[in-house]
Each structure stands twice: as structure tokens, then as C-alpha cells.
Design a protein around this ligand. Structure first.
Ligand code: FAD
Length: 363
């Protein structure tokens, strides 16, 4: 390939991992373009009205030992608040009605983003120089050569010295054509790397008030009957907007309309929390297994978390292709924390590649 690079770096994916990398590299003075298949940033950070009250259809929490999330949130001036945990939980056995469990063994201390988790991505994107982001522009091909990389997106071909793949590795293996082809061992690792929460349905119901709190309930429940296994309080910091959310395995809803899944969720909430749950003010459902910019169309039956943070993701391919995304992180893989680590690692690797090897100096 001749040297036709016009950019220093191309970042594929404007989830939190790609945005962290794009922001750092742009701040370091490199020319960057960041492509995303969707018309919005954030990927698995997806909040309704992310700049106002934050109803999360993707990630919700970060936990006390996740120092990178906390420091990025502080740096971006994002308001955070503790997950409501006070009150009793509910446990629903398979064959009988819900039972009250004293205290709340379901929720652990965690923090939430007041304006929704997507506000993290939105703020990172706000800090990018104009022209860096290219949304609604899926990347289809990546060619790595001696002179640089050639990235073919829906809008056309772009050239750079380095490329960061900040999308889940199994999705990259399925949806991007690499030239030269990824070595078999690396392609296999990618394919076997499960997309975290990629087979999950998340539903959120909002109400005028958190009525369950009046009964001394935390809003948390674990149901063996399901289909929503876990339920949590999803109210704002002062209880407003009031909300409950649930997680279910997407396999329970194959072929169903989203509206139908919502009705099933409300029926389960009524079973657990009573008639007050029957008429939500708002009902939002995300089936992440249907999102082609998150979950492969044909995920491998062997996909698991075993390859999370694999050494093959820590080093560049052909000195020009760098892996990011949460699943590539050696610690906290699958979490926002892992995604930030992945973006930071890719940034360091790109900077090293651009600057070349540093000569050790005598003290
Ligand atoms: C329902 C749910 C609940 C979760 N709860 C939590 C939680 O409470 N706490 C927590 O820490 N984590 C949670 N997670 C996980 C967390 O959301 C992810 O770890 C994190 O957001 C991953 O960020 P990422 O940038 O690595 O990947 P992604 O967010 O997946 O970003 C990848 C980006 O690449 C884009 N893309 C894909 N293909 C292409 C292509 N070909 N060309 C260009 N762009 C492309 C996508 O549109 C997307 O924007 C949850 C996830 C889900 C789905």
C-alpha cells in the first residue's frame, strides 16, 4: 500500500472506549476521525433524555472500586448519586407468590449518573474537535499495509497511520473484513469473546412516584419464575422520575414484538409489587440481542468470558491495529471501567507507535 495517510488515527466505534481514545489522542495533537455505525454516541451506554433525567436502557451503575469511571466522571463534571438500596427485597420462587426478604441482599452499594450513563459518552463527544465524529457510518473493511491503514466506511475510504478497533471483538470479526486476514488464532479469540450483556433485554417502567417505598420495599426483586430475573429501583436521586427496571435473557422473547415484552414486564411487576405497578407513565424496552451494532448476528456457541482481556488484545496487530472495547480489558472487562481502560491502553499503544521507540537516556 502506498503512503496515502491523511489522518494520524482512525477510531472505529464511539462507545466510551473509542471516545476515551479519540479524546486523548486529539488532545495530544493527533488528527483523529471516529466512526460509529449508529446515529448517536455511547453504544451500550444508552439513556433516554440523557441530558435531563437519565433513564438507562444500557449500563446503569459503577461500583466503589472502579476508580477510572469515577475520575472520568469527575473530570467531565458529571453529577452522580448512590443507587437506592433501603428497604426490603422480594424473592419470587418458581411455583409460588413473592416473599418479602428483610433487608436488601440484592443491591450492592453502587453509584449512578444523574443524567444517565450515556451522559458520560455525550460529554466525551462534546470535547472532541469539530469533524472528528462521523456518525451513522459503519466501517466495513480495514486494510493494514506498510504505509498505513485504509478504512472503508459507508461514506467512503479514509486513510491513517493507525487504527483502533473499539467495538466488541466478536462483532469486529463478524462485521469487518480485515486485510490481511487476522491470523487464525487471533480471529478465533475474537469470535469466542462474548459481548457482555449482548443477550440481555432491559426494561424500564416509570411512575409518578416510587410507591413501593411507602411499603418499605427497596424496589429490588429476584424472580425464579421470570422472565425478568432481577428487578431494581431505577428512580432519580430524589425519587423522581420514579422507576423500576428489569433484566431478562433475550432468548425468552425470540420472535416477540418489543411492545409484547413491555407488557410481560408490567405483568411481572404487578405480580411482584401489586396493582400500583399496572399503569406505568412510561415503558422502555431494549433487546440488545437485536442490536446489530452491539451483538453479532450469528454469535459463536462457544462465546464466553474466558477470553476477556486476552494477551492478544493487548498488543497491536502489524504495529498499526490496536484493540479497545471493554471485553479486551484484563480487569473489569465487560464494565464501563474496562471500556475506559481499553481506550487508555489503545491510546498509549498508538502514541508509542506514532512517536516510535524511545531511546533510553542515562540518569
Ligand atoms: C443492558 C446492559 C446493562 C449494563 N449494565 C452495566 C452496568 O451497570 N455497569 C457497567 O459497568 N457496565 C454495564 N454494562 C456494560 C457497559 O455498557 C459496557 O461495558 C460499555 O458500555 C462498553 O463500551 P465499549 O465502548 O467497549 O463498547 P460499546 O459501548 O459496545 O461501543 C461500541 C461502539 O461501536 C459502534 N460500532 C459497532 N460496529 C461498528 C462498525 N462496524 N463501524 C463503526 N462503529 C461500530 C457501536 O455503535 C458502538 O457505539 C451494561 C451493558 C448492557 C447492554
Amino acid at each position: 500500500m502506498t503512503d496515502r495517510r491523511s489522518l494520524d488515527v482512525i477510531v472505529i466505534g464511539a462507545g466510551v472506549s473509542g471516545l476515551i481514545a479519540a479524546r486523548s489522542l486529539a488532545r495530544a495533537g493527533l488528527s483523529v476521525r471516529c466512526f460509529d455505525a449508529r446515529e448517536r454516541v455511547g453504544g451500550r451506554l444508552h439513556s433516554i433524555e440523557a441530558r435531563r433525567n437519565g433513564i438507562d436502557l444500557g449500563a446503569t451503575w459503577f461500583w466503589p472500586n472502579e476508580v477510572l469511571v469515577e475520575s472520568v466522571a469527575r473530570d467531565l463534571g458529571l453529577a452522580i448519586f448512590p443507587q437506592a438500596t433501603e428497604g426490603d427485597a422480594l424473592l419470587e420462587p418458581y411455583m409460588s407468590g413473592p416473599q418479602r426478604v428483610e433487608g436488601n441482599p440484592i443491591d450492592v452499594p453502587a453509584s449512578r449518573f444523574t443524567w444517565g450513563a450515556q451522559s458520560l459518552a455525550n460529554r466525551l463527544a462534546d470535547e472532541l474537535p469539530i469533524g472528528v465524529l462521523s456518525l451513522g457510518n459503519p466501517v466495513k473493511k480495514v486494510r493494514v499495509g506498510d504505509g498505513g491503514v485504509e478504512v472503508e466506511a459507508a461514506s467512503g475510504v479514509a486513510y491513517a497511520g493507525q487504527v483502533i478497533v473499539a467495538i466488541p471483538p466478536s462483532l469486529a470479526a463478524e462485521s469487518i473484513s480485515f486485510w490481511p486476514a487476522l491470523p487464525d488464532a487471533l480471529a478465533d479469540i475474537c469470535t469466542r469473546t462474548l459481548v457482555w450483556m449482548g443477550n440481555t433485554v432491559k426494561a424500564v417502567a416509570t411512575y409518578d412516584e416510587p410507591f413501593w417505598r411507602k411499603d418499605g420495599l427497596a424496589g429490588s426483586a429476584f424472580s425464579y419464575r421470570g422472565p425478568f430475573r432481577e428487578i431494581h429501583d431505577h428512580s432519580g436521586p430524589d425519587g423522581s422520575p420514579a422507576g423500576l427496571f428489569g433484566f431478562a435473557d433475550a432468548g425468552r422473547f425470540v420472535g416477540q414484538e418489543i411492545e409484547q415484552i413491555g407488557e410481560t414486564f408490567v405483568a411481572e411487576l404487578v405480580r411482584l409489587f401489586g396493582h400500583n405497578a399496572s399503569d406505568p407513565k412510561g415503558l422502555h424496552v431494549a433487546d440488545w440481542s437485536r442490536e446489530r451494532a452491539t451483538t453479532p448476528k450469528s454469535p459463536s456457541a462457544k462465546a464466553s468470558t474466558d477470553t476477556y482481556g486476552h494477551p492478544g488484545f493487548q498488543v497491536p496487530f502489524l504495529d498499526r491495529l490496536h484493540w479497545a472495547s471493554s471485553e479486551t480489558a484484563p480487569a473489569f472487562a465487560g464494565h464501563i471501567e474496562g471500556a475506559i481502560e481499553g481506550g487508555m491502553r489503545a491510546t498509549r499503544n498508538v502514541e508509542r507507535a506514532v512517536k516510535g521507540p524511545t531511546t533510553p537516556t542515562c540518569p
